[in-house]
Design a protein around this ligand. Sequence first.
Ligand SMILES: NC(=O)C1=CN([C@@H]2O[C@H](COP(=O)(O)OP(=O)(O)OC[C@H]3O[C@@H](n4cnc5c(N)ncnc54)[C@H](OP(=O)(O)O)[C@@H]3O)[C@@H](O)[C@H]2O)C=CC1
Ligand SMILES: CC(=O)C(=O)O
Ligand SMILES: [Mg+2]
Length: 761
Amino acid sequence: MPDIDKKDRPVTSVTDQEALDFHAMGRPGKLEINPTKPMATQRDLSLAYSPGVAVPVKAIAADPQTAYDYTARGNMVAVISNGTAILGLGNLGALASKPVMEGKSVLFKRFADVDSIDLEIDTENVDEFINCVRFLGPSFGGINLEDIKAPDCFVIESRLRELMDIPVFHDDQHGTAIIAAAGLINALELTGRDLKTTKLVCNGAGAAAIACVELIKAMGFAPDNIILCDTKGVIYQGRTEGMNQWKSAHAAKTDARTLEEAMKGADVIFGLSQKGAFSADMIRSMADRPIIFAMANPDPEITPEEVARIRDDAIMATGRSDYPNQVNNVLGFPYIFRGALDVRASTINDAMKIAAVKALANLAREDVPDDVVAAYQGNRPRFGAQYIIPVPFDPRLISAIPVAVAEAAIETGVARKVITDMAGYARELSARRDPIASTLASLYERVRRRPKRIVFAEAEEEQVLRAALSYANQQLGTALLLGREDLIRATAERAGIDLNRPGLEIVNARISTRVDAYIDYLYARLQRHGYLHRDAQRLIHNDRNHFAATMVALGDADGMVTGITRNYSTALEDVRRCIDEKPGHRVIGVSLALCRGRTVFVADTAVHDMPTAEQLADIAEEAAGLARRMGYPPRVAMLAYSTFGHPSGERSERVREAVKILDKRRVDFEFDGEMAADVALNRKVMEQYPFCRLSGPANVLVMPAFHSASISTKMLQELGGSTVIGPILVGLDKAVQITSMGAKDSDIVNMAAIAAYGAGS
Ligand SMILES: NC(=O)C1=CN([C@@H]2O[C@H](COP(=O)(O)OP(=O)(O)OC[C@H]3O[C@@H](n4cnc5c(N)ncnc54)[C@H](OP(=O)(O)O)[C@@H]3O)[C@@H](O)[C@H]2O)C=CC1
Ligand SMILES: CC(=O)C(=O)O
Ligand SMILES: [Mg+2]
């Protein structure tokens, strides 16, 4: 059934060195802590600390529930491990588990806006561990236990659940079980199987495996149809070696003694064990249309390619994000805790888990709406063998799962706060999620499906080489490294970059056979602009930007990225000598500012110094077009210092005029102005102008001039903690992106991917 062709193969998305560099870059690790209140003045200090802080102290002492109102507790989850079962890597200790735990904390924030901190506890003694965690209750709204080996994890979790009055949830058990159960329900439906008669083998009898088996039994799976295996083989009734009470509870009445024997004729196999545990023969021996969930991380028990070589009727899932059907607890824990925290649940009970299973399974069966297609690489997936479970970047997860979990908590009486307006709650949840991550992820995915040849015009620079390597490693296409070969090789050697890997090609301008064609092309364009033939020769021979842009213009590359060694406007002038604007378009720069869950497009941040009214209208059209292509229905605010005529002034006139021009052009997006930035961005302030035609806060801000665009985006970045991507060049006839000088390798690769996307991926 799965059609594993080239595009579905896992991309070796990162090298070991890249992973280390990523973690070491900037502030080491993946987390930092930021205050949520101003701490600038004497008054702030008096409120936040002594004497003001005494007031909430007394309020909490009088009524502990008010801790949810006056402290961060209600949105704070601890991710706690002792590192005894780190992914499928085994017991590597508390300290080594820190990157995974920081990662889980980041995922809490990224996907569900839950604040989270990792705590690594350096003991394998169960009692010590419990004692360490049990007293942390006042600090957190929930405890997410992670990567603790079985059977210790069962004792730890159940004792902590008794001792603490906040949710304690061992993610490897219940998170995994919830996702696996949701995927299984859908796979059974697709293969026409009945829960009660399906035969399942689960390889692994640890934390994840035992929880999966318990949950699916609770959902109606016949206990006699399940066989568990561990390193000693089948867990059968009467076995004594390597047993514990949790394994015994699931010991099967069977003559099978090995995994190989157990798998003969099985309908479903769960792998929650170790890399490579399933052989080709085992897969071959399964029933027709088998369901194979190889969930070990980072490497599955068997890969989808291996399965595809053996049979074509399987439904295949792994724990990885680089294959279809990712069965991984990342789909669960952020959202389950979100729902539990929002109703101040005292626990996460079975009803809440089953509600999450159903919500997840149902979501995969729903039609994927237009505004979500971006999360699915631009393709609209349909419920089927290659799509049994939503992808982690599906923006619907944030509203679907927490609502189901919160409702179940309220119904079962474990909620300490009742939400009555569930529809309003769902809307609030959606607003917590910033869609840019999905946008960028889907942009990368689209490029991966239609890879492009991108010239990296400054390939003698180390960060450009790193970006090129990352571009190739992520299978976005071929990175053409433009520069002097000896210098590129010297830089690569210094940086430890292997230039022989596929996807990297050096283009040595000096010996290129295309030089004459490039000179002729450039001379033909520039001869009536005061350039001699030898000027064109000089530009092609000596200037990387002209060479690269001409390569793109003549179709020898799909796009280019430059900007590290030359300021933006100079690089743009170089490019414009070689490439025109797209007919009917205007070249502008648009910056994406991502701030506190919001994304705004700011234009023009690159080209027009003091645009005329006509040019402002063009800028609005170009920026709205980009926003729409990136999945945001544009709401354009034409910004000025004044709002709808007040205070009046000559500088706002241009902006008012631009609005009239857009009216005349009958453009197909929302726009209004002139207005000040607070009116554009703040719903409450906008409500003071009931005639304003924007249906909500603007997401495209057209600035009255280059200086205001540039100053405001840079201030957002430096003072507002925003991430700013761009300026992204739009309106050119070919795909060219220019980074800022000194951009990091990750910025450069983003721009290269945006160029590749612009080239028609
Ligand atoms: N996709 C996902 O979301 C998740 C995947 N996992 C993966 O599941 C695996 C197990 O994790 P977890 O349950 O936390 O770890 P545990 O340490 O609690 O359990 C590991 C279990 O796997 C068994 N096992 C190990 N190697 C083999 C093998 N070659 N054949 C049969 N059984 C084997 C062990 O057997 P024994 O009892 O004999 O020692 C043990 O029962 C890991 O690879 C992990 O990455 C875990 C959580 C989530
Ligand atoms: C995904 C996860 O939690 C694990 O593999 O342990
Ligand atoms: Mg884990």
